[in-house]
Design a protein around this ligand. Structure first.
Ligand code: IPM
Ligand code: MG
Length: 356
């Protein structure tokens, strides 16, 4: 088994370091190899996703990813921006299924911006399609507007599109996941306006015939955004397209009050996966040793579960994280009065200790 370790930019290096320590402490047989990605890779090799990094990621059974991006790269031509590294990895590895759990930990209920009773016990799984939609649809670009409100004016455009197999396979992932939970799926679309998402709704409904034991409902994305803050606990598994999933997963993460706690997994058809925290590179706190490493440590647990078939080790990590929370240890992002504030490395130390 081989793990490609790609810490990236900003707090990426600090948090991945802690996750790597935890993985090493498990005494499992796998090899880890590190490579540059994002802005640091652009600085060193002139590209955010150098050939050598992509090759390593493709050969590995799993990728442990930190975060990419920094304001100083925002003025680069799009193809050289750090974000292109993550999009390139998703596309090149065929990572079409993105799992974004939004779990409200018992001890962190008060960190949410919503009333505690609305989020206590919250456990949503957002399944976002990750390699299609308007993110990758061609054509895209700039041109002289051929029609519309201002014919002849300068315009930019992207293309929203989904093929039947793309919708079918993500729908199956969602129904299968729901079978392991409370057997409910909400498919989020914009079928009232968009052809792409009328088709999405139709195909999801067809696939559902193979899963009569799972309950399916459909919701427009604007309503879903509203319901997420009104009654988030009504959701269980949510399946949606790439762009809606991008937006709703940030919203859902924030409900838990602790984006620093949320892991994510992006899988392809052969269970090869990329595992990363749901948060970004946070350049404002980079290098200060205060970032929360728990989302990355929990991403390593997801990696053990989904790509490396080490369920027991995954649970060992998850239990250790629950234990340190119960002990009252908190990085600043989840700190509240009466708890103990710790830094990135101390949090890593505590998880290592709690592994037993
Ligand atoms: C995410 C991020 C990415 C996305 C960016 C960094 C390209 O926001 O993983 O949600 O839009 O998918
Ligand atoms: Mg996003």
């Amino acid at each position: 088994m081989k793990i490609a370790v790609l810490p990236g930019d900003g707090i990426g290096t600090e948090i991945v370091e802690q996750a790597v320590r935890v993985l090493k402490a498990l005494d499992l047989k796998f090899e880890m190899e590190e490579a540059l990605v994002g802005g640091v890779a652009y600085d060193a090799h002139g590209h955010p996703l150098p050939e050598s990094t992509l090759k390593l990621a493709k050969e590995a059974d799993a990728v442990l990813f930190g975060a990419v991006g920094d304001w100083k790269y925002d003025k680069l031509e799009r193809q050289f921006r750090p974000e292109q590294a993550i999009l390139g990895l998703r596309k090149n590895l065929g990572l079409f299924a993105n799992f974004r759990p939004a779990i409200c930990y018992e001890q962190l209920t008060h960190a949410s911006s919503l009333k505690p009773e609305l989020v206590a016990g919250l456990d949503i799984l957002i399944i976002r399609e990750l390699t299609g939609d308007i993110y990758f649809g061609q054509p895209r670009g700039k041109r002289t507007s051929p029609d519309g409100n201002f014919p002849g004016a300068e315009e930019a455009f992207d293309t929203m599109r989904y093929t039947r197999p793309e919708i079918e396979r993500i729908a199956r992932v969602a129904f299968e996941a729901a079978r392991k939970r409370s057997k409910r799926v909400t498919s989020v679309d914009k079928a009232n306006v968009l052809e792409t998402f009328q088709f999405w709704k139709d195909v999801v409904t067809e696939v559902h015939k193979d899963y009569p034991d799972v309950e399916l409902d459909h919701m427009y994305v604007d309503n879903a955004a509203m319901q997420l803050v009104k009654a988030p606990k009504k959701f269980d598994v949510v399946v949606t397209g790439n762009m809606f999933g991008d937006i709703l997963s940030d919203e859902a993460a924030m409900l838990t009050g602790s984006i620093g706690m949320l892991p994510s997994a992006s899988l392809n058809a052969s269970k090869q996966g990329l595992y990363e925290p749901s948060h970004g590179s946070a350049p404002d706190i980079a290098g200060k040793g205060v970032a929360n490493p728990l989302a990355t440590i929990l991403s390593a647990a997801m990696m053990l579960r989904y790509s490396l078939e080490q369920e027991e080790a995954a649970q060992r990590i998850e239990n250790a994280v629950k234990k340190v929370l119960a002990q009252g240890l908190r990085t600043p992002d989840i700190y509240s009065e009466g708890t103990t504030k710790v830094g990135t490395r101390e949090m890593g130390d505590a998880v290592l200790k709690a592994l037993g």
